[in-house]
Design a protein around this ligand. Structure first.
Ligand code: SF4
Length: 175
């Protein structure tokens, strides 16, 4: 059965996506076919129409659409004052949506230094954090005790951007 993957950007420059696009052994398309990965959503790679995204999100959050791999690119934006309202989706702060998605995923990957630790925005008014770290301190958006559906903490793939071979090598052979 295919592994499902959902890729979401937080406070991101997009560099980790472009790094992934530079993979060549395998390239992104070979990665999907060789490891039978079904991309539910990626802003540049998935076939899902933007008009269908809200319904897809609802199915995932309801548990009707299994989610194996959640990839987060970019920092979690918590400002102003912890509200996350500097980075909104139609449903509310993006940080809250990412938190909900993480509860449904078997594996959660923080792709790049921003998603892992907060990056350069950690010391600014956007109050950026990583998924399970805020700079060097454990915690972040999901908290120290978070474990994904498969029983793992967030898998941090730091680098600015994360090297494409690291992303491909982690996503591909994963269970
Ligand atoms: S880690 Fe680097 S490449 Fe990735 S979103 Fe942050 S600034 Fe961009």
């Amino acid at each position: 059965m295919s592994k499902t993957l959902y890729w979401i950007q937080g406070g991101s420059c997009g560099g980790d996506t472009w790094s992934l696009m530079n993979a060549d052994t395998p390239d992104p398309i070979e990665l999907l076919t060789a490891f039978d990965i079904d991309i539910l959503w990626h802003h540049a790679l998935s076939a899902t129409a933007i008009d269908d995204l809200a319904a897809l999100n609802r199915r995932i959050l309801a548990g009707d659409q299994p989610l194996d791999i959640l990839c987060v690119e970019g920092s979690i934006i918590n400002g102003p004052n912890g509200s996350g309202r500097f980075d909104m989706t139609p449903q509310g702060p993006r940080k809250d949506f990412i938190h909900q998605l993480a509860q449904r995923a078997r594996f959660v990957l923080a792709v790049g230094t921003c998603a892992s630790f907060g990056g350069i925005g950690a010391d600014s008014e956007i109050m950026a954090s990583g998924l399970q770290f805020s700079k060097w301190e454990m915690g972040g958006l999901l908290g120290q005790g978070f474990r994904s559906g498969a029983g793992y903490p967030v898998i941090n793939l730091p680098g600015c951007p994360c090297h494409c071979d690291v992303v491909v090598g982690t996503i591909g052979p994963g269970r």
